[in-house]
Design a protein around this ligand. Structure first.
Ligand code: THU
Length: 160
């Protein structure tokens, strides 16, 4: 038996104001998209914005359903839209902002496991990293240089 240690490296910014200007802009797109979320059941609103290598920004938000599992997270709404509209473009950066409809959420909200699995697929498809930034509605912003950094031992096509 041997023990294996897996390390993750993240950057933590104290606030959105400390981000580089282009990331602040991307986060603002995510924040605007969040306001269009359809979340009557959880009242938890999430917005996502993806910067592509063709300079387009694609946004998404969570879309819920009375049959709960039929709803979709903001990140997958955005990533599938980007994949369907610009299949040849690489996704460079993803900004995520999330929090309750009632009051502020002062801690960074990471993408759920299903969204990580979906994002991983596109990193492999395009053979390059997607830089990820996530935050609550206020407070700190966490940056990961790649999805794989947030999702060790992910399942991918190499296992098929
Ligand atoms: N949600 C997202 O949009 N992204 C995540 O990564 C976590 C959860 C949504 C799904 C649901 O509409 C609401 O937040 C509460 O789970």
């Amino acid at each position: 038996m041997k023990e294996v240690k897996i390390e993750t490296h993240l950057k933590v910014y104290d606030s959105i104001n400390d981000l580089p200007q282009n990331i602040q802009e991307l986060m603002t797109f995510a924040s605007q998209a969040r306001l269009n979320a359809y979340a009557p059941y959880s009242k938890f609103l999430v917005g996502a914005a993806i910067l592509l290598d063709n300079d387009e920004v694609v946004t998404g938000n969570n879309q819920e359903n009375a049959c709960y599992p039929s709803g979709l997270c903001a990140e997958r709404t955005a990533i599938y839209y980007a994949g369907s509209k610009y299949p040849k473009s690489k996704m460079l950066k993803l900004a995520i902002i999330a929090g309750s409809q009632e009051g502020q959420t002062n801690r960074p909200i990471p993408p759920c496991g299903s969204c990580r699995q979906a994002i991983l697929e596109y990193e492999i498809k395009q053979d390059s990293d997607i830089e990820i930034y996530f935050m609550g509605t206020t407070g700190k912003v966490i940056q990961s240089h790649s999805l794989s950094n947030l999702f060790p031992l992910g399942f991918d096509r190499s296992f098929l």
